[in-house]
Design a protein around this ligand. Structure first.
Ligand SMILES: [Zn+2]
Ligand SMILES: [Zn+2]
Length: 251
């Protein structure tokens, strides 16, 4: 078998190791514990010398990139330091007030300055929602089963405004949720979580999966995500290559 070189660690993470709990190599990434199998040259696989399992070969950087993408999805709607290189990026002011100074106002909205990198940003949620009435109407119609076309007709808005309102409502909910999530996460230790993966549209067979993760005792859902991005990156490939920098795949 060819000599094994593991994909480079990223941010101190090396996720290529045996995943069999009872195996002596579980969690260990020393290269001599594994062999490389290239039966399918496009999908090199790791073989555990101890138990013979085939843990998938992972691109560590891609796993980190996905973690950052998920964090942005979870916390990006809340006001936080906008500098992507700062340790306070995606750490919402509403959850971590100690990371920021109040720094005047922009119109009526509160402005903050990051204590770490001095970047300033405005909290879009610090004013009363000026679109509250129309958004409450839209939600009421949605919850009672009206179609998008019907809602546009009844409220006198065009489809683009309808979807803009929906995005805005979703962002507002995401902002509120990130505060609740963080409160639970900071209070409850240890936290016991379960994840469930299922097809998003059971009859479509389009490969889109729905992954939700919740807390075991309460059933509180921490994360709800799908393996589909509507903004394809230029560098996406059809095969996952654990050794190249951007191993995003087309679904
Ligand atoms: Zn093993
Ligand atoms: Zn910062």
């Amino acid at each position: 078998m060819p000599k094994l070189t593991l994909p480079k660690p990223a941010g101190g993470l090396q996720l290529n190791f045996c995943k069999t709990l009872a195996c002596r190599n579980f969690g260990l990434s020393d290269e001599e514990r594994y062999a490389l199998q290239r039966t399918n040259p496009l999908r090199p696989a790791l073989v555990c010398n101890e138990c013979g399992a085939f843990p998938p070969l992972l691109n560590n950087q891609s796993v980190l990139d996905e973690k950052h993408r998920q964090e942005t999805e979870q916390y990006g709607a809340s006001a936080s330091c906008s500098n992507p290189d700062c340790a306070h990026h995606n750490k919402p002011q509403a959850v971590h007030p100690e990371f920021y100074h109040a720094f005047g106002f922009s119109g009526k909205r509160q402005r903050y300055r990051c204590k770490n990198c001095s970047t300033t940003f405005v909290d879009p949620w610090s004013v009363v929602n000026p679109k509250l009435d129309i958004q409450q109407q839209i939600l009421a119609y949605l919850f009672t089963g009206h179609t998008a076309r019907d809602i546009c007709r009844r409220t006198g808005i065009n489809p683009k405004s309808f979807y803009d309102h929906l995005r805005n409502i979703a962002k507002r909910c995401q902002h509120r949720l990130s505060v609740t999530d963080s409160k639970i996460l900071s209070k409850q230790h240890p936290l016991s979580l379960s994840s469930f993966l299922s097809p998003l549209q059971t009859t479509a067979e389009n490969g889109v999966l729905w992954l939700s993760t919740s807390e075991n005792q309460s059933g509180y859902v921490f994360s709800d995500t799908i393996n589909y991005l509507d903004d394809d990156t230029d560098t996406a490939t059809f095969e996952h290559d654990p050794y190249v920098a951007n191993a995003n795949m087309y679904a």
